[in-house]
Structure formats: C-alpha cells, structure tokens
Design a protein around this ligand. Structure first.
Ligand code: SAH
Length: 397
C-alpha cells in the first residue's frame, strides 16, 4: 500500500470526487510523482491531505478513473469482488439461461470498473479495455474472471482493445485470446433468437446487446406490418420483427458485410424466409427513393452521429434530417422507432431534433414509448455520463 503513488488535488477540486463521481480531470491535479506512468494505480488525496479514492492514472483530460473510494489495493481480489457483484446482478436479472446467453457482464462505471467492458456471448467473454490501467490489468482480470464464472460458462476470453485504447497497443494476434482457442465461434442466443457473432471483425464487441429490450418491444408491435430496418447491422431488429409476424422486413445497411450478416442471421432462425430482403445502401438515399406509404414500421438506429462535444450541432442536424426523411415516407398509422447512441447528446436534445423533424413533416406525431439502455448497462447514479442510448417510438398519423 505504502508504495502506491499519490496524486494531490488542487484546493476545492475534491467536490465531485466526494460526490462519488469516478473521474478526476487533469485540471484538478496539483501534484503527481515525476515517474508516474500511464496505467499506474494511484491514490488520490485532497489538497489538505485526506484520502479520496484509488484509481488508474492516464495522460489526457481524464487523469484518474477512480476504482474505489475506499483505501484498498487494486489486485486480483479487488477485481474478483467487482466481477462477482456484476455477475450476480446479471444472474438476478434472469439474463443467464439457455434462452438468453448474451449480456453485458461489465458496463464500465456502471459496474464500478471504469475503463472496462465485458460482453458475454454464450461461454465467450469479449473483453474491451478503454484505459491503459485496465489494459495492464488484463492478466488479473482474467484470473478474477475465472474465479467468478464456472468453467463451463467461460471457455474463451477474447481481448479486443486495439480500437479502444488511447495508444496503438502492442497486442499481437497470438495474444488475442487470453483464454481458449482460435476456432471459437459463438452463436449467441438472445430472447430465444440466434445470432452468429464475429467478435474479431465485428463492430464493438460483435453485437449490439443494448437493444435487447427495444427489439422485444418491436417484436410485439410487428404483426402484419411492413417493416424497414435501417442501419440493420446484424439484423437484430429484423429477426425479431420476423418472429413477431411482420408481413415483410427489409434490412438496409451501407456495409455489404453487415447485409450478409443480417441475411445469415435470418437463415439461422427461419431458414429460407421469403418475407425478408436485405440490401447494401445508404439509409438517406434509400429513404429518398422509397415509395411514400411503403412501410408501416421503420427503425432508425444509426451509429453515433456525435462522438465529441464539437460535433453536437452537426449531429443534431443529421438526426433531424434522417427522422424527417422517415416521417415523410412512413404509412399513415405507422410506427417509427428512432434512436441515438451518442453519449454527448442529451435525451432532450435528441427529442428536440425529432420534434423539429415532426413539425416540418406536417404529420401528426405522438410519442408512445421513450426507450433507453437495458438493465445490464446500468448507470452509476453519480456518473450520469453513463446514460447514452435514447429512443422514441412515434405513432405517425
Ligand atoms: N441496429 C443495429 C446496430 C446498428 S450499428 C443493431 O440492432 O444491431 C450502425 C450500422 O449503421 C452499422 O452497421 C453501419 O454499417 C451502418 N451505417 C453507417 N452509416 C450508414 C448509412 N449512411 N447508411 C446505412 N447504414 C449505415
């Protein structure tokens, strides 16, 4: 313990940490040891000297990600405690069973582990480090994970952090698997539906688990509707719509590979399915040439239009334009599922963008549902930044 390096904050810069916000911004730091390395575990103390928290140090605007507000060591036992709490919560939520083996095990700050994401696909864990500290702790994390999860629940651990670390990490392809083999392949089961997951080449950890509940809602509203799923990726919403009894489902994604994935997932669940068609196209262009009234249910689930604060205004324009195009084409009595996963855009800002689109469209639009991220993406109440997924279900007359 005594060897843990220490960071001293500037006067009055301890307020947010005292309210358990897990980030210490670089501007709050008064003193740090000269030999401090990125990824080091540091103790953070107030200007007057009182202990505040212990966390991972990193160069950048967030200087420390607090792992614990108690003065404790950050070691395998610590990670075991946090992972065990995370796993117990998912078990208690009923997310771990033969009908559903796809869930987020660790959602960063929401599980008291800033900088770490772990998604489970059957007995494969995909681990993603977003901080240097978590990258360096990967051996401890693996040991802890193996202690927490029964052996048959954890056969493969794939480490996917090349794209999420602040530097080009030297992760050799041989090290991709912290545990398990190259030939591992997961068919994930979500609410009884099957999806092939390509965690190696797929976006994020291979699948968007955060739409599970919203897909289920869409399923219940699909009977006899003509569904258009824009930004379809693995075809999650399409597969649910088909099971729900949609009359037809069209999946559109600009990536030809994503289109193939959606087709494969439809086949995996329904065999040759004449109600489904998929095409590689730009969503804006597709909507432009679509016949007015051709669809009774449209899904808009685009990638984050804004990744940084500077991009907010353009992103809001993008959401407005996209929603307007869909509102102009949807059949009377249609349902629009519209989402934003941009963390820097607030629920109110998104709603205002959709509101503007509704006003311009001249259609009578009512909000039926306000959607968010599911229970395995919990939001630390002291860290509101953890809320990112926003959705509306609109009834369009
Ligand atoms: N709805 C999906 C997730 C969408 S991720 C799900 O439930 O899993 C966003 C997708 O949008 C990606 O697959 C990406 O290829 C696609 N995309 C990005 N820009 C696009 C555009 N202009 N037109 C159509 N698809 C686009």
């Amino acid at each position: 313990m005594t060897a843990t390096p220490q960071i001293v904050l500037r006067p009055k810069k301890d307020e947010s940490i005292k309210r358990f916000h897990p980030w210490v911004f670089s501007g709050a730091v008064a003193q740090k040891p000269a030999n401090l390395r990125e990824g080091d575990v540091v103790r953070v103390v107030a200007h007057e000297g009182g202990f505040l928290g212990v966390g991972h140090y990193q160069i950048g605007s967030i200087a420390v990600r607090i792992l614990s507000f108690s003065d404790e060591g950050i070691d395998t036992d610590f990670f075991e405690k946090r992972l065990s709490a995370a796993y117990s919560l998912r078990l208690a939520l009923g997310l771990v069973n033969p009908m559903n083996n796809t869930y987020r095990l660790v959602h960063g700050e929401g599980d008291g582990l800033p900088g770490l994401i772990i998604d489970m696909y059957g007995n494969t864990a995909v681990v993603q480090a977003h901080s240097v500290g978590m990258h360096e702790a990967k051996g401890q994390l693996l040991d802890a994970l193996r202690k927490v999860m029964p052996g048959d629940m954890l056969q493969n651990v794939y480490y996917k952090s090349e794209g999420t670390l602040p530097f080009k990490a030297d992760i050799s392809p041989e090290d991709d698997y912290l545990l398990g083999g190259k030939n591992a392949e997961a068919i994930a089961v979500e609410n009884g539906l099957k999806f092939r997951i390509d965690w190696r080449k797929g976006q994020k950890t291979g699948f968007f688990i955060d739409q599970r509940n919203n897909r289920r809602l869409l399923e219940s509203l699909s009977p006899n509707r003509r569904v258009l799923n824009l930004f379809s990726y693995t075809g999650g919403f399409s597969v649910y719509a088909l099971r729900g009894g949609a009359q037809s489902v069209h999946s559109v994604d600009s990536s030809a590979k994503a289109v193939m994935l959606a087709e494969e997932n439809v086949r995996l669940n329904f065999g040759e399915e004449p109600r489904h068609a998929a095409c590689a196209d730009d969503a804006f262009r597709f909507l432009k040439q679509a016949q007015p009234g051709a669809y009774d249910l449209i899904v808009l689930d685009p990638p984050a239009f804004a990744k940084h604060r500077e991009a907010i205004n353009n992103a809001l324009q993008g959401y407005k334009k996209l929603n307007l195009a869909a509102l102009q084409k949807i059949a009377p009595g249609g349902l629009l599922f519209t989402f934003s996963c941009s963390q820097v855009i607030s629920r109110e800002q998104f709603r205002l963008a959709v509101f503007s689109a509704a006003a311009i469209s001249g259609r009578n639009v009512r909000i039926l549902h306000q959607l968010t991220q599911p229970d395995d993406h919990p939001i630390n109440i002291f860290h509101p930044e953890g809320e990112y997924l926003k959705g509306l279900v609109l009834y369009v007359e």
